[in-house]
Design a protein around this ligand. Structure first.
Ligand code: M6R
Length: 579
């Protein structure tokens, strides 16, 4: 998704902005651009990735500027459609994250007034609207221009002769970083961490004048104060730290992330609601949805609270008749489907709670209360440590509601996850990397682990993979089993063990090679599968965690052997801010 960075300070703006844009690369983008204000407004923009060295940015004058990474929505990726966009005179430049719904009618109206458009984007109308309003005061011009806009936006605008960046926010994230004699603005915290830990999260309707000395905020024509918050992430969190990929670094951070989240995340907002109304609906997408499914097993088994888990993208259009608390799980806090589902729940007067990793994110503003995971910034597009952190919160919650029955798992899981990270998956990768299609199967809480394993595999290795409840395979997918279709079977001691062993035998009888994941020393499983990978963990809850990490490693090493772009897989964005 698009990312924006602005800088007003004493340093040369363009190289600093480009560096900030690199920190936003993980969001996904197809073009980039920068505008600075020196004696004139200078713009440099290109289709494609930001090169390792960009001498053009070093040549740009000015210590005030704005930049953008674009994820094309209106108009194909091209140099012309890349942001910043300028007005007819080239003296006003704008970057924008979001979608202007009424851009077509605005474009017609501005065209009739003689404005010349160069790009196919919705954003360009903003530059021309500001031009219409501009009489030497950029703040007033932006304030006037946004009155015509329908849709979502975080906008940064600069103008020749003006020593301010003017920002506006409506339903797209915008955070300000307050440094020493320098002020930054960005779509998320990652470009700011190098410069400051003091941030302000802009609110909808804010119009902000950004100068090196700070930020003055207006809303509805009135000056407003917003709290300055301290960020507990640091600049090293968004560096690879010797790892080849962010994904691998983030996988290896999981023992610490689990430990810290289990001990410090405060599930109180949900705890209180569930004590009052013991029923929960969870809405989420992708990996967060899988965490919700595991959460369902934990809360139902250990706290006897009935839980329904809904894909957020479905929930909005078929809202079930719920009155109970609704929990929205979203790592980024910006996933459009999840935000819409939350709005739908609020419209039904359900109490709402967000479980997220990002302070100040939109979901925290929308929900009645928020619980924060302690994963730190997750840069790899594939969610890993944020998933383990979400599970840590569910464990803590189920433990509190279930009279401490999960205390041992909560206490030991980080050690088991650490042990798992020493597992050698070389033989398993050899089995999987040539597959046309892979099935992941499990039962009970291992079924969502199967879903998650398949999602990780297809997302970064581009091998087709499906997660199934093990019992469902014979209701159709059996037709696909061949020696080229390996099955990853999660088979653990418990009520489903015997039937899993029978299922595995049936799969093998259809010619599929089976990779079994189970507990160390399980000779029976070891004998029926082609390859056996044991995972540490004394109880099923910890085994869910360690097998989740194992399927991440399988996906990572398979993708690595296939030389895919692991941290930025094709066609995907880290936060999916459109429906
Ligand atoms: O930020 P969110 O947790 O709301 O994101 C939801 C999904 O887009 C996300 O989990 C996605 O499925 C991951 N890329 C999977 O690894």
């Amino acid at each position: 998704m698009c990312g924006i960075v602005g800088y007003a300070g004493r340093r040369k703006a363009a190289p600093l902005i480009v560096d900030g844009l690199r920190r936003l690369e993980y969001r996904g983008y197809d073009s980039f651009g920068v505008a600075t204000v020196g004696p004139h407004v200078e713009v440099y923009k290109r289709c494609g990735r930001i090169p390792a060295s960009l001498p053009e940015s070093r040549a740009m004058k000015g210590s005030l500027g704005i930049g953008h990474t674009r994820w094309a929505t209106h108009g194909a990726p091209s140099d012309t459609n890349a942001h910043p966009h300028t007005d007819c005179t080239g003296r006003i430049a704008v970057v924008h994250n979001g979608i202007i719904e009424n851009y077509a009618s605005l474009r017609k109206r501005l065209g009739r007034k003689g404005h010349t458009f160069r790009s196919e984007t919705d954003t360009e109308v903003i530059a021309h609207l500001i031009e219409e309003e501009y009489d030497g005061d950029l703040l007033g011009a932006v304030e006037g221009a946004v009155k015509s806009l329908e849709g979502s936006y975080a906008i940064l605008a600069v103008a020749e002769g003006d020593r301010r960046i003017v920002a506006a926010r409506c339903a797209s994230p915008l955070v300000l970083g307050l440094g020493d004699g320098e002020t930054l603005a960005a779509s998320d915290l990652t470009p700011l961490l190098e410069y400051t830990e003091r941030v302000i999260f802009a609110e909808d309707g804010d119009i902000i004048a950004i100068t090196p000395q700070g930020a003055e905020i207006r809303n509805n024509g009135e000056a407003v104060e917003r709290p300055v918050e301290l960020v507990n992430w640091c600049a090293d969190d968004v560096k690879k730290g010797g790892f080849e990929h962010f994904m691998l670094k983030e996988i290896y951070e999981q023992p610490r992330v689990f430990y810290e989240t289990a001990r410090t995340a405060d599930p109180a907002p949900l705890l209180d609601l569930l004590r009052e109304t013991p029923a929960l609906t969870i809405v989420a997408c992708g990996t967060s949805y899988h965490a919700g499914l595991i959460g369902m097993y934990l809360l139902e088994e250990f706290a006897e609270i009935p839980v329904r888990v809904e894909l957020a993208s479905e929930f909005r259009y078929a809202v079930p008749p719920v009155r109970n608390p609704v929990l929205a799980i979203t790592q980024s806090g910006e996933t459009a489907d999840t935000l819409w589902a939350l709005r739908a729940a609020k419209a039904r007067n359900c109490p709402t709670v967000a479980l997220t990793n990002v302070m100040g994110s939109t979901v925290t503003r929308l929900a009645d209360a928020a619980i924060f995971t302690r994963a730190g910034p997750e840069v790899g597009v594939a969610a890993t440590k944020s998933f383990i952190a979400q599970l840590a919160v569910f464990l803590a919650l189920a433990d509190r509601l279930g009279q401490g029955r999960l205390a041992a798992s909560l206490g030991n899981a980080h050690l088991a996850i650490g042990d798992l990270l020493r597992e050698d998956v070389g033989e398993a990768v050899a089995l999987l990397r040539g597959a046309r299609s892979i099935f992941y199967v499990g039962r009970g809480p291992f079924y969502p682990v199967a879903l998650e394993g398949a999602l990780k595999m297809k997302e970064i290795s581009y091998i087709h993979a499906e997660g199934y409840a093990a019992g469902e395979l014979k209701h159709g997918p059996f037709a696909l089993l061949t020696p080229e279709t390996p099955v990853v079977a999660l088979c653990f001691p418990g009520p489903a063990y015997r039937v899993m062993i029978s299922n595995i035998k049936e799969m093998k009888a259809r010619g599929a090679p089976v990779l079994g994941i189970g507990v160390p020393g399980d000779r029976e499983l070891g004998e029926v599968v082609d390859l056996f990978l044991p995972v540490p963990g004394d109880d099923p809850v910890v085994q869910v965690l360690t097998s989740s990490v194992l399927v991440q490693l399988l996906a990572y090493h398979t993708a690595k052997s296939l030389e895919t772009d692991i941290d930025r897989p094709r066609n995907l964005a880290k936060s999916v801010t459109v429906e």
